[in-house]
Ligand binder design. Structure first.
Ligand SMILES: Nc1ncnc2c1ncn2[C@@H]1O[C@H](COP(=O)(O)OP(=O)(O)OP(=O)(O)O)[C@@H](O)[C@H]1O
Ligand SMILES: [Mg+2]
Length: 422
């Protein structure tokens, strides 16, 4: 052990030094408080035996300075003093000393106090080291946790982007379809207009001739024109055109309003950063989500909606819609050929329940407990990231709700979300 002795009195210094070296310790000697402080910083001793009354800096101050210094190991401090009143001794301990010895002392007593101090110094140092290790480990754990969270957020973001990309392709298809038939209807309508114009020209010619003829030969004029008019009507199939035009116009109006609706719904998904908490009509959210995912579902499933009267929900609508998308896409993916997806909303007291079930492949009992875990997927590499349900779980939790799942292999799966209503 390295022991620093701080003592201004020559004789005392020698006595202490002798007692310490006799039991085999390394000694550093200082003749006043300031010297002792400098020696402490330089040598970092395991024990300090210091006189109380010293020039430049007394033993108590030295004690306080040592205790406030940051040092890896513990330094045991013993004060030498001629004072022996209880109040004095209290001061010794309050300054941070571990022990004191009253002058004049017997070398034997000093030696045994050093020995017991040594044991304590070792224990304190071990304790100190343990705590350092622990806090280092804690710091590492904190950092690992922070990194993990950052990775998860990043992964969630990219998952969102990937599913938006996938949806965008579907939506493009959904928009293309009505645009296609609106276009061909307009072409047919423009052909019909030409036919109408041809017929109109015949009527106009008849009207002009009748006008010129005054009151004579009216019947002959009408007869001649009527023949041409009838031939033209037959030629252009006027009866068919008359019936077809309202149908074509109706389809055009429907098609454009469908595109308008899809674009409006898509806006919600295209700006996820703008999501604000508001009172949300869950039925409407499901409706617009269905418009966006329609293309993903239509080859796989017939969708049945049973929307009940439910309270509004305090929600981030785009986030909840993302949950519905993730569940619906999973359902479609679980259906091998053709199946059914049912969406049922209902109120239970003030709670809103949303049940989405499918007639897909189902989930085995051992997988059922894992599906909300991040990165759990049974899909091929590149097909699934295993984040869809984890994201759904977190979003529902953020809404103070719960998401539950029941499933039977070969029969299908049902997700039930419960949210607090307003
Ligand atoms: N409706 C369902 N029917 C059958 N299995 C399902 C259903 N929903 C989820 N699963 C199972 O849970 C797993 C995890 O689903 P999750 O949506 O989290 O990830 P994923 O669909 O595999 O990938 P991602 O959604 O990230 O593209 C799926 O791989 C699948 O095995
Ligand atoms: Mg999924």
């Amino acid at each position: 052990m390295k022991i620093l002795i701080a003592e201004d009195d020559f004789v005392s210094r020698l006595l202490v030094k002798k007692a310490v070296t006799e039991i085999g310790h390394e000694v550093i000697v200082a003749e006043n408080g300031q010297q002792a402080w400098e020696a402490f910083l330089e040598h970092e001793p395991d024990m300090v035996i210091s006189d109380w009354m010293m020039p430049e800096m007394d033993g108590l101050e030295l004690c306080k300075k040592i205790r406030s210094a940051s040092k890896k190991t513990y330094s045991y401090i013993m004060l030498l003093t001629a004072k022996d009143k209880t109040t004095d001794l209290v001061e010794v301990f309050e300054a941070g000393a571990d022990d004191y010895i009253i002058k004049p002392f017997k070398p034997d007593e000093l030696r045994s106090r050093i020995k017991s101090g040594e044991r304590i110094a070792i224990l304190e140092s071990q304790h100190h080291e343990l705590q350092e290790n622990l806090s280092l480990k804690n710091r590492h754990l904190d950092e690992a946790l922070r990194n993990l969270k950052a990775t998860q957020v990043q992964a969630m973001q990219s998952e969102k982007m990937a599913s938006i990309g996938q949806l965008a392709a579907g939506v493009a298809h959904e928009i293309n379809n009505p645009i296609g038939f609106v276009g061909s209807n307009l072409e047919a309508l423009s052909d019909y207009l030409k036919d109408y114009n041809r017929l109109l020209e015949h009527y106009q010619a008849m009207a002009a001739n009748l006008d010129k003829a005054g009151t004579d030969n009216l019947a002959t004029i009408v007869k001649t024109h009527l023949e041409t008019i009838q031939t033209c009507e037959k030629d252009i199939e006027i009866a068919y055109i008359k019936d077809d035009i309202p149908d074509l116009l109706k389809d055009c109006i429907e098609g454009t309003s469908r595109v308008g609706k899809i674009v409006a719904d898509l806006k919600n998904f295209a700006h996820p950063g703008n999501d604000k908490q508001m009172l949300m009509d869950i039925n409407k959210g499901l409706e617009s989500t269905l418009n966006v995912v329609a293309n993903e579902l239509k080859y796989k499933a017939i969708v049945t909606k049973t929307f009940g009267k439910i309270p509004l929900v305090e929600a981030w609508p785009q986030k909840l819609n993302q949950v519905f998308v993730n569940i619906l896409i999973n359902s479609a993916q679980a259906i091998l050929e053709k199946g059914e997806i049912r969406i049922h909303t209902f109120a239970e007291g003030r709670e809103v329940k949303i049940a989405i079930s499918d007639t897909g492949s189902g989930i085995s009992p051992e997988n059922l407990s894992k599906i909300f875990d991040p990165f759990f997927t049974t899909k091929a590499v590149g097909k699934g990231t295993g984040l869809g349900m984890n994201i759904a779980y977190n979003i529902v939790k953020e809404h103070k709700g719960i998401i539950e799942v029941t499933s039977e292999v070969g029969k299908g799966t049902c997700f039930t979300i419960t949210l607090p209503g307003k």
